[in-house]
Every structure is written in structure tokens, then in C-alpha cells.
Write a protein that binds this ligand. Structure first.
Ligand code: MG
Length: 335
């Protein structure tokens, strides 16, 4: 029964999780939270992860009731993500793998989300919508790769939401997206915002610069409240995502839509996708907060699949990379 420790830290979450043959034995996480109005820079985020990761590994082992001798592989996020945080996690992974004499498994972060979603959702061959602070992709598996059917042409949807939160000085605790979602529930006025869909791709940068230029004026004149802005942003960007996802489902004829990534926690997005899926006779498979937000268990699960087929990583190949596309990985563990 292979047991894999997975380490994640590509953005502001750092986590350690342990998976054994489809069972999540533990999943510990810490989040680097910055003051309202501020994002998270690579240097301080990396320092946060450095301070927290070993404690999380110890806690994950304890909770799983597994000693180092019970670990068969150490998986870590190779990329994509922010350089300094990724480097901290990779250093710990290399050290533990050598110390314990077990294989290293370098995981593509996006594949971690997908493999965890496949495990939880009981949907073996879903079309995937991956939406987070760093990624926005519509994905489908074909000929041994997770193919990107559509994606953002510029910033990720979560980044767009986070930037509005920063503009409005909305707290980052527990996350800016969660707080935007709560405010959006009280929005009364739907503002007309740039809506940019090109085939299966979306673009948010024009919308973002529009918001940056009109927000101070709208708030000052009382034409819109922060609640209206949050509501209008969510309705607009989620409609764009629902449109391209529907187009992808029409193309793939998949019966399941797997929703992963930090923005996947948003109930309004789930509701819009649910309505679309029902109309098409497809089933929405959302992931809950423990797993849609970046975590160690999802990296362990992808690593477990890689270990199962012998797709292990040599020490000399264990470097990190900030850019690492979903379709670069040959998926030898799926038919
Ligand atoms: Mg992610």
C-alpha cells in the first residue's frame, strides 16, 4: 500500500498531506494573510512557508499515524507558481526524500487539483474548470495529456477578484475572494462591465483596468456601493466562465464537469455552473474547501498516481519552474 507525503506551496498557502491508496490520511495547511489593500509578494511568502512547513509535516505524520519509515514517496509542487515559495517547498521535499531514502515525485500543481478532484468526485473522465488566483483553464484529457481547451489570455479570474478586494480595502482574512462573495450577496445594482470571451478563451485585464479607473468615482458619487461592485464583478466574470465551459462541454460531450481551484469554493459560481450543467444533462462535481483550496493532499494524490506507474523524479531533475503548463506533462497513469 504506497503511502505518499505531498508538499504544496506555490502561492500563499503551504500544506502537507498524506495519501494512501485513495484515502486521505491527513491534510494540514497554513495561509499567509496580508493586511487589507496588500497582495502577497514572493519573498515574504517564501519566508512564511519556511517557518511553517516542517511543523505541518510533523503534524501531518502524527495525524496520519505514520512514521517516516511508512512513507514510500515525497511529492512536491514543481510549478507553476511563485519562485521563492516553490523553492522552499522543493528544498524540504528533496531533503526528506534523501533522508528517508524514498523517491521524489515532482508534481504539476494543476494536475494535483485534477487528480484530487477525480479521486473525490467519482467522475473518471470529467471536463475540468480550474479557477484560482493564478490559473484559469478549461481542461479535457485526450491522448495521454490534460489538454487546455480554453484559458485566460491574461490575468487569472481569482487574481481579478483579489485585485478588486485590494481596491476596496476588503480584508484578506480568511481570503479576499470569500469576503467579496459575502459582499456580493448584498449587491443591488448590476453595473455593465467589459465581457470578453474569444472562443474558449477569456480575458480579464480590460475589465480590471476599467474597474480600477471607475471605482473611486462610482463610490464617491454614490452611484455604486462596494457591494454593487463585488456583485457586478462576480456576475460578469462567472458568466464568462460559464459560457466557455458550456462550449467545452458541447465539444467534449463529457457527462461530468469537475470544478477545482480556490475560486471553485464560490457558491455563486457553483450555482451558475449547476444551472448550465442541468440544462445540458451533465453533472457538476464541485470540490469542498478542504480540497479546492491549494493543499498538500492533492499533491500527494498526483504523486501517488506517478509512483504507481514509476514516473519518479531524479534529484537532478527536481528543480522548480514558475511556468509549467498543464499540457506539458505526459500522463502515463491514465488510459
Ligand atoms: Mg491552485
Amino acid at each position: 500500500m504506497p503511502t505518499v507525503l505531498g508538499l504544496e506551496g506555490s502561492a500563499n498557502k503551504v500544506g502537507a498531506g498524506i495519501v494512501r491508496d485513495g484515502a486521505v490520511l491527513s491534510n494540514r495547511r497554513a495561509t499567509y494573510v496580508t493586511p487589507p489593500g496588500h497582495g502577497f509578494a514572493p519573498g515574504p511568502t517564501g519566508r512564511h512557508h519556511r517557518e511553517r512547513l516542517l511543523g505541518l509535516v510533523e503534524a501531518a505524520l502524527r495525524e496520519a499515524r505514520v512514521g517516516p519509515e511508512g512513507i514510500d514517496g515525497v511529492a512536491f509542487t514543481k510549478g507553476p507558481g511563485m519562485g521563492a515559495p516553490l523553492a522552499v517547498v522543493a528544498t524540504v521535499a528533496r531533503t526528506l526524500a534523501q533522508l528517508w531514502g524514498v523517491p521524489l515525485l515532482a508534481v504539476n500543481h494543476c494536475l494535483g487539483h485534477i487528480e484530487m478532484g477525480r479521486l473525490l468526485g467519482a467522475a473518471p473522465a470529467p471536463t475540468v474548470l480550474y479557477v484560482s488566483g493564478g490559473n484559469t483553464q478549461v481542461i479535457s484529457f485526450s491522448r495521454r495529456r490534460y489538454r487546455i481547451l480554453g484559458e485566460t489570455l491574461d490575468v487569472a479570474v481569482g487574481n481579478c477578484i483579489d485585485r478588486l478586494a485590494r481596491l476596496l480595502q476588503i480584508p484578506n482574512d480568511p481570503s479576499p475572494g470569500y469576503n467579496v462573495e459575502q459582499l456580493a450577496k448584498r449587491g443591488r445594482r448590476l453595473l455593465s462591465l467589459p465581457y470578453v470571451v474569444k472562443g474558449l478563451d477569456v480575458s480579464f485585464s480590460g475589465l480590471l483596468s476599467h474597474l480600477q479607473s471607475v471605482t473611486p468615482k462610482l463610490l464617491e458619487s454614490g452611484e455604486a456601493t462596494p457591494e454593487d461592485l463585488c456583485f457586478s464583478l462576480q456576475e460578469t466574470v462567472f458568466a464568462m466562465l460559464t459560457e466557455v465551459t458550456e462550449r467545452a462541454l458541447a465539444l467534449t460531450r463529457a457527462r461530468h464537469l469537475l470544478l477545482v481551484g480556490g475560486v471553485a469554493c464560490n457558491r455563486r459560481l457553483q450555482e451558475m455552473l449547476q444551472t448550465m450543467c442541468r440544462a445540458r444533462g451533465a453533472e457538476l462535481c464541485p470540490t469542498d474547501d478542504r480540497y479546492c483550496i491549494d493543499n498538500g493532499a492533492m499533491i500527494a494524490q498526483a504523486g501517488w498516481e506517478m509512483l504507481r506507474v514509476g514516473q519518479v523524479t531524479e534529484l537532478s531533475q527536481s528543480g522548480i519552474t514558475q511556468r509549467y503548463r498543464t499540457d506539458e506533462v505526459e500522463v502515463t497513469w491514465r488510459d
